[in-house]
Ligand binder design. Structure first.
Ligand SMILES: Cc1cc2nc3c(=O)[nH]c(=O)nc-3n(C[C@H](O)[C@H](O)[C@H](O)COP(=O)(O)O)c2cc1C
Length: 166
């Protein structure tokens, strides 16, 4: 496996809908004393407050939420198709019940600010800028209600502070 090297957002070229919606990503937070990761396929990237940012959406019951809440940074790791099984595991089991990192066979690495996975092809290290819970009274289109059972996501806006790429 070639090394992940520090890169720049200008080196990113992908179709965002495929990257997030089909390839999926691992959202990871914590440190060497403890971390948690979960698979996500909802989210976005863009420009806000004159910064390059990501948007992630975390339901309140996710174990990963407390790790993000307790950290200044989180990471997004994008892994190739050969890791789909590991991504499925991280998206169906909770860190509350098992050691997902061990079970998935993935290798955590530690940037100075956030943990990520060595198997990734692209990693974004993100500094938290904003957190807010979505709410029923802000829903405009009724079709959205079917997505919820009173567990409205927390949206986090994170500034992309580092890009690692193979
Ligand atoms: C493909 C896929 C995409 C997912 N996307 C999200 C997401 O964007 N937000 C979310 O809160 N949960 C999402 N999940 C569910 C979490 O990954 C799952 O509940 C996981 O077990 C949470 O782990 P945790 O409790 O250790 O944090 C997704 C699951 C899969 C399989």
């Amino acid at each position: 496996m070639s090394e992940l090297i520090k890169s720049d957002y200008s080196a990113l070229s992908f179709n965002l809908f495929d990257k997030i919606g089909k390839q999926w990503m691992l959202i990871t937070a914590g440190d060497e004393s403890g971390l948690n990761t979960m698979t996500a396929s909802w989210g976005g990237m863009g420009v806000l407050w004159n910064k390059n940012v990501v948007y992630i959406f975390i339901r309140p019951q996710r174990h990963t939420l407390s790790f993000i809440d307790n950290s200044e940074y989180f990471s997004l790791s994008f892994l190739g198709e050969e890791y789909k099984k590991a991504l499925l595991l991280c998206g169906t089991k909770s860190g509350k019940d098992c050691d997902k990192v061990k079970e998935s066979g993935l290798t955590p690495a530690f940037d100075e600010n956030a943990p990520y996975f060595k198997e990734a092809e692209t990693v974004l290290i993100c500094k938290k800028l904003y957190r807010q819970q979505l709410s029923a009274d802000s829903v405009i289109d009724e079709r959205i209600f079917k997505e919820y059972n009173n567990d409205y996501h927390f949206v986090f806006v994170g500034e992309i502070t580092e890009v690692l790429k193979r």
